[in-house]
Design a protein around this ligand. Structure first.
Ligand SMILES: NC(=O)c1ccc[n+]([C@@H]2O[C@H](COP(=O)([O-])OP(=O)(O)OC[C@H]3O[C@@H](n4cnc5c(N)ncnc54)[C@H](O)[C@@H]3O)[C@@H](O)[C@H]2O)c1
Ligand SMILES: CC(=O)N[C@@H]1[C@@H](OP(=O)(O)OP(=O)(O)OC[C@H]2O[C@@H](n3ccc(=O)[nH]c3=O)[C@H](O)[C@@H]2O)O[C@H](CO)[C@@H](O)[C@@H]1O
Length: 428
């Protein structure tokens, strides 16, 4: 196997071609490996094979086109086409169920598919973020289906993905990576494989440590954002601008406060702290509370909106509200767990009309001006770059009432003629 990897002769199947799987498949294909992408969504398979990406990410269109034209990447929905591969890389989603416990159904189905088509000696790599101990359990599942012995007849690794959407193709190359093997040999093979394009540092450990490391990273970020959000709530109490205070606090050499806002979304941060503590047998108060604080931020934004409408003498049930941004973060088309959607859910029944506009996602209105025409309030829910340089005094002329609520700190100076509110910005 090692010679095949070093000679780029190892045949690779990537299971799940979403935000992580497609870029990963492209990287290996452009590093010279033959890659088959296995994806259950036929529309996605067709689009990829025609050389077009179904997700928004800088550089993806050119890099995908190159891999398809070179013939090193092909997508399929037929499990027969991923038979007897040397390497299987699993990149399926690992969301939460309604009750906030992990939904490992996609992962289990993917592992079952692989177990039915793999050969003795295959290397299975789980890139998906999973609760601690999952990789070892999945190795047992493969053993039950195939009769092969983990670590002897097949190799298995958890290789968590740490890329940031918007910077995926840079971070895939320059981030450091962790390979958690069910055996040291498994980790070694995966490390050699990824070295074909990774220029960052690489580390080998056990699968359980790597599972925990990945979840700790996102929990660290979630808890820090919750602290920043709590500071924003304090700033409302004291009538100060939290962003001025944070900027000054961050001049301290050992302080780096995060950015408060309308909330924390995406496929990762809202779920990973739950995955981290799920198999544990006690309550982890700080982690749970941080989640609760971040989940409450759309409600704070609702409070800001209704307070401003009150000042403008517009009863909420007559208000036409335009929400700018549906994606969970700037310049993304991903709406999973988006605080914008939570915010809309929190106001929908109490206002006359909610309009939405997002240049990456779509929305009820195809352009900004149409969304604002005759509106009583505008709420910025996503920090798309395009929202940072709008001419509010001009746009305000289109509105019936000029209420502006900034949930993402995209506006420095409140524009003249508006009743303005922003998360963390002064008493209200
Ligand atoms: N999106 C991110 O920024 C990011 C970053 C790091 C890690 N992760 C982790 O990576 C994993 C994947 O996340 P994502 O954002 O790429 O998800 P995604 O939903 O964009 O992609 C998953 C893809 O897998 C497909 N799929 C599901 N079950 C399948 C099966 N049995 N066989 C074949 N295909 C199947 C889905 O149709 C989908 O296209 C998650 O565990 C996530 O936590 C995500
Ligand atoms: C540890 C870490 O860096 N992990 C990254 C993270 O990537 P992400 O795409 O989820 O992006 P984030 O920037 O974390 O944003 C999430 C939400 O939090 C809001 N936010 C953010 C910063 C802030 O100060 N204040 C905020 O309010 C933001 O608007 C958005 O809604 O998870 C990926 C998957 O595991 C990782 O791979 C990737 O490395």
């Amino acid at each position: 196997m090692l010679e095949k990897i070093e000679g780029r002769k190892a045949e690779i199947a990537v299971i799940g071609l979403g935000y992580i799987g497609l870029p990963t498949a492209i990287m290996f294909a452009n590093a010279g490996f033959h890659v088959t992408g296995y994806e259950i969504r036929r529309d996605v398979v067709e689009k990829i094979n025609s050389g077009k990406a179904h997700i928004v990410e800088p550089e993806i269109d050119d890099l995908l086109k190159k891999a398809i034209e070179n013939g090193t990447l092909r997508a399929t929905s037929d499990p027969g086409e991923i038979k007897n591969k040397d390497v299987y890389i699993i990149c399926v989603q690992t969301p939460l169920k309604e009750d906030k416990t992990p939904n490992l159904e996609y992962l289990q189905n993917a592992i079952e598919t692989v177990a039915k088509v793999m050969k003795k000696g295959s290397l299975i790599i789980i890139e998906s973020t999973v609760p601690p101990l999952t990789t070892a359990k999945m190795a047992e599942l493969v053993e039950r289906i195939t009769g092969l012995t983990p670590g002897e007849d097949f190799y298995m690794v958890h290789a968590p993905e740490r890329v940031m959407p918007g910077r995926i193709f840079k971070e895939l190359v320059y981030n450091s990576r962790i390979f958690g093997g069910i055996t040291p040999e498994s980790a070694e093979l995966a490390e050699r494989l990824y070295r074909s394009f990774v220029k960052g540092q690489t580390f080998k450990t056990s699968s359980t440590v790597s599972e925990v490391v990945k979840l700790m990273e996102n929990t660290f970020r979630d808890v820090n954002i919750a602290l920043a959000n709590e500071f924003a709530l304090l700033a409302h109490q004291y009538g100060i601008d939290v962003f001025e205070a944070i900027e000054l606090a961050n001049t301290h050499p050992r302080v780096k406060i995060h950015v408060p806002g309308i909330g924390v979304g995406g496929h990762c941060l809202p779920k990973d702290p739950h995955l981290l503590v799920w198999p544990a047998e006690r309550d982890f108060g700080l982690i749970r509370l941080a989640r609760e604080i971040n989940d409450s931020m759309p409600l704070l934004t609702r409070e800001l909106l209704f307070n401003a409408l009150h000042e403008a003498n517009v009863p909420p049930n007559r208000a036409v509200v335009a929400v700018l941004g549906l994606a969970y973060k700037g310049n993304s088309d991903d709406t999973r767990n988006s605080p914008a959607l939570a915010f809309i859910g929190a106001i929908r029944d109490d206002v006359a009309e909610v309009r939405t506009y997002d240049p990456f996602v779509g929305g009820t209105h195809k352009n900004l001006e149409a969304a604002l025409k005759g509106a009583d309030a505008v709420v910025i829910a996503t920090d798309h770059t395009a929202f940072r340089s709008l001419d509010w005094e001009k746009l305000g002329m289109l509105m019936r009432t000029r209420v502006l609520v900034d949930g993402r700190h995209v506006i420095d100076e409140p524009p003249r003629g508006f009743i303005f509110r922003g998360v963390g910005r002064g008493r209200y």
